[in-house]
Design a protein around this ligand. Sequence first.
Ligand SMILES: [Cu+2]
Ligand SMILES: [Zn+2]
Length: 175
Amino acid sequence: MQRNGLMGLSAGLLLAVSGLAQAETTVELHSVSQDGVGDSLGTVTAEETEHGLLLTPDLAGLAPGIHGFHMHTHASCEPSESDGEITPAGAAGGHFDPQGNETHQGPYSDDGHLGDLPALMVDADGNATTPVLAPRLTEDDLAGHAFIVHQGGDNYSDEPKLGGGGSRVACGTLG
Ligand SMILES: [Cu+2]
Ligand SMILES: [Zn+2]
């Protein structure tokens, strides 16, 4: 009796541990330019919490300041070309928008792109380590897309275009 009880307890613990492991995804981000995908800049870890998806960056080599941060549609960080113009990580497509809202509203509105994430803070040394919370996302939303960090900030509106982030400077694909 006691032996069965202990076995049941260990099975329960194993389930709990594997459940935790599945609720966390770590993705490596690389610098991107018109030449393609460059060096690794570190990682972003996504962890499901009762408040939403907690995204913890461990990135280096970015310009100090606020950077727009989004989940883009496709799992590619390759450049794209249109009318002779090369866009870094353009193959990632636009902001993930499964509801077809076609408007950039940031992470706290249900009316915009689902891929709109909170902007990342990069310190004076070029490191980003402060976690941000994406309340509308779950871990199940991640696969098949890409995280992108932009050169500029993000005012969570369509003016200026896509919040004002401008060029894509870092990218990581989500299995
Ligand atoms: Cu973006
Ligand atoms: Zn957007």
